[in-house]
Design a protein around this ligand. Structure first.
Ligand code: G6Q
Length: 543
C-alpha cells in the first residue's frame, strides 16, 4: 500500500466521503444562506466561487491536512528555489524564473538564471520591434507581413492559445499562423495564400530534433527557396527558438537568429520563454511583459497565500476530492470568452502530460487514481452540444466556468446574454429540477423522468474584470500551479513525459518501412504488419 492512502488525512477523507457523498447542494445551500459568500475568495483580480462544490467545512479542513501531510509548502519552496525536483531527468523546474523581475536572483548550479532570462527577453523585444516596424526586411527588401510559428506540443499549444487569447491586442496588419501537424495539409493551408518574400518562419523546438517540426521546417524552407532562389534568403526568413544550438546551425539557421532557453523549462511550461516569440511579435513586447507580470503575480500568490485563500491550492485540492473520492474521470474547463477558445486544449496538455502518470517519484506503482481527463470548449457553444451529458448523464463531471465582467467587444446586449447563460448553467447544474417542480409546470407524468434534472453537479466559477495580457498570465499560472498541487499530492514527477518520448521513437522505426520502392521486411505483430502491407499496396496502386 502506498504511503499516500495510509496517511491519516486520506483515511479521514475516505470516512468523511461516506458521510457527505449523498448530501445535495440544494440542502447545503438551504441550510446555510451565506454559503455563496462564505465559500468564495478573491485574489489577484480573480473571484473564485467554490461554494457549488460537494464539500463541507470539514472537507476543506481535511483536504488542507492532506496538503500539509505531503509537505505541499515545502515542495512549493523546492520548486521556486530551483531544486532538481524533476528527478527522472535530473533537472530543476523553473518556469517561474521566466517571469521573475529583472532585479531578482534565482540560482541554478550557482548561476543567477534571471540575468539570462532577461537577456533573452531583451533580444526578443528588440527583434519583435524590428519585425513590427518593418525594419527587419525579407531577402528581397520587403517587410514581413506573415509570421508562421512551426512547432508542436509545448512549442505550439502555448503560443497558439495565447495568440488567440490576446488577438485583441495584436497588430492586425500581421498574419500570424501556427503549423504543428506533420500532415502536409497543415503547412500547405498555412502558406497557400502567402508571399514567401513577406513571410517569416519561427521554428520552435526545444530539442530541435522533433520530426514533425523539422519536416515542416524543411518543407517551409523549400517553399521559400522555390520563390527566392538563394540560400542566403534563409537567414532573413527563418529564426529559431531552441536549446540546441548545434542542431539549429545544422538546419541552416544563423545562430545569431536563435533565441535560447534552458533545460529547466518544460515544453508545456515554456510559453513565457522564447517559445512565445511569435506571440511577442504579434502583440508587442509591452503586452508580452504585462503577461509575464501577471504570471509572476500569481506565482507570488501561490507561494505566500495561506492554503484556504490560495487559488491554485483550492482548485488543486477540490480536483483531488473528485478524482480520488468521487472517482470522477474527467474535468471540464469552460471559458465563456471566445478569445479563450484554445484554453481547454492548452490545459489538456498541461494537466494530462504532467499528471498522466501511474508511477510515483519513488518508482512504485500508485494504488489511487491520478490526473483526470481534461476537456472543454468555450461557452456557450458547448451548451448546444455536450452539456446534455453533464446535466443528465450518469457521470460526475466537475467543471470550471471562467467569465469576465466586461467584454473586449461590447456589442449590444451580447455580453449580458453570454453571462446570463454562464450563471444559469452553474445554477442549473447545482440545483437541478425536482420531479415535483417539473410536475408543477404541467408536464405529463410520462415525461417527468425525462424532464427532471438531478443537479448536485459541482462547479467552480472564476470571474475577472477583463481579458488583459496580465489576466491571461494569471490564469495560466493558476492552472500550472493547480497541476503542481495535484502532482504533489499524488507524489508524481509532473515534469517528465516519457509517453511523449515513446511516440517520437516509434514513428521513426516505421517510416522507412512505408517506402514505395522496396518491400522492407516487417517484424511487428500480425495486425501492424498487415496494415503496413495494405497501406504500401494501396498507395502503390494509387501512385
Ligand atoms: C511538453 C512535451 C512535448 C514537447 C513537444 C515538442 O512538455 O515535452 O509536448 O513540447 O514534443 O518538443 P520540442 O520542443 O523539443 O520540439
Amino acid at each position: 500500500m502506498s504511503s499516500l492512502i495510509q496517511q491519516p488525512a486520506w483515511k479521514s477523507l475516505e470516512k468523511h466521503y461516506q458521510s457527505v457523498k449523498d448530501l445535495h447542494l440544494r440542502t447545503m445551500f438551504a441550510e446555510d444562506p451565506t454559503r455563496g459568500q462564505r465559500l468564495s475568495v478573491e485574489a489577484q483580480g480573480i473571484y473564485l466561487d467554490y461554494s457549488k462544490n460537494r464539500i463541507t467545512g470539514e472537507t476543506l479542513r481535511l483536504l488542507a491536512d492532506l496538503a500539509e501531510s505531503v509537505d505541499l509548502r515545502g515542495r512549493i519552496q523546492s520548486m521556486f528555489r530551483g531544486e532538481k525536483i524533476n528527478t527522472t531527468e535530473d533537472r530543476a523546474v523553473l518556469h517561474t524564473a521566466l517571469r521573475a523581475p529583472r532585479n531578482t536572483s534565482i540560482l541554478v548550479d550557482g548561476k543567477n538564471v534571471v540575468l539570462d532570462v532577461h537577456a533573452v527577453l531583451d533580444r526578443m523585444a528588440d527583434f519583435s520591434r524590428r519585425v513590427r516596424s518593418g525594419e527587419w526586411k525579407g531577402y528581397s527588401g520587403k517587410r514581413m507581413r506573415n509570421i508562421i510559428n512551426i512547432g508542436i506540443g509545448g512549442s505550439d499549444l502555448g503560443p497558439v492559445m495565447a495568440y488567440e487569447a490576446l488577438k485583441h491586442y495584436s497588430d492586425r496588419d500581421l498574419i500570424v499562423r501556427f503549423v504543428s501537424n506533420i500532415d502536409g495539409t497543415d503547412l500547405a493551408e498555412a502558406t497557400r495564400d502567402l508571399d514567401p518574400s513577406e513571410t517569416l518562419f519561427v521554428v520552435c523546438s526545444k530539442t530541435f530534433t522533433t520530426i514533425e517540426t523539422l519536416t515542416n521546417a524543411e518543407s517551409a524552407r523549400d517553399w521559400c527557396l522555390k520563390a527566392l532562389h538563394d540560400k542566403q534568403a534563409i537567414a532573413r526568413h527563418f529564426v529559431a527558438v531552441s536549446t540546441n544550438r548545434a542542431e539549429v546551425q545544422k538546419f541552416g539557421i544563423d545562430p545569431a537568429n536563435m533565441f535560447g532557453f534552458w533545460d529547466w523549462v518544460g515544453g508545456r511550461y515554456s510559453l513565457d520563454s522564447a517559445v512565445g516569440l511569435s506571440l511577442m511579435i504579434a502583440v508587442g513586447p509591452d503586452h508580452f511583459r504585462d503577461m509575464l507580470a501577471g504570471f509572476h503575480a500569481m506565482d507570488e500568490h501561490f507561494q505566500s497565500a495561506p492554503f484556504p485563500k490560495n487559488l491554485p491550492v483550492l482548485l488543486g485540492l477540490l480536483g483531488v476530492w473528485y478524482v480520488n473520492f468521487f472517482q470522477a474521470e474527467t474535468h471540464a474547463i469552460l471559458p465563456y470568452d471566445q478569445y479563450l477558445w484554445r484554453l481547454s486544449a492548452y490545459c489538456q496538455q498541461l494537466d494530462m502530460e504532467s499528471n498522466g502518470k501511474r508511477v510515483t517519484l519513488d518508482g512504485t506503482f500508485v494504488d489511487y487514481q491520478t490526473g483526470p481527463i481534461i476537456w472543454g470548449q468555450p461557452g456557450t457553444n458547448g451548451q448546444h452540444a455536450y452539456y446534455q451529458l453533464i446535466h443528465q448523464g450518469t457521470r460526475l463531471i466537475p467543471c470550471d466556468f471562467i467569465g469576465f465582467f466586461r467584454s473586449l467587444n461590447p456589442l449590444g446586449h451580447h455580453h449580458d446574454l453570454l453571462m446570463a447563460n454562464f450563471f444559469a448553467q452553474t445554477e442549473a447544474l447545482a440545483f437541478g429540477k425536482t420531479p415535483e417542480e417539473v410536475a408543477a409546470e404541467g408536464i405529463p407524468p410520462a415525461l417527468i423522468p425525462h424532464r427532471t434534472f438531478g443537479g448536485n453537479h459541482p462547479t467552480n466559477t472564476l470571474l475577472a474584470e477583463e481579458l488583459t495580457p496580465a489576466m491571461l498570465g494569471k490564469l495560466i499560472a493558476l492552472y500550472e500551479h493547480k497541476v503542481f498541487v495535484q502532482g504533489t499530492i499524488w507524489n508524481l514527477n509532473s515534469f517528465d513525459q516519457w509517453g511523449v518520448e515513446l511516440g517520437k521513437v516509434l514513428a521513426k522505426r516505421i517510416a522507412p518501412e512505408l517506402s514505395v520502392s522496396g518491400e522492407p521486411e516487417l517484424d511487428h505483430d500480425s495486425s501492424t504488419n498487415t496494415l503496413i502491407r495494405h497501406f504500401r499496396q494501396k498507395r502503390r496502386s494509387l501512385t
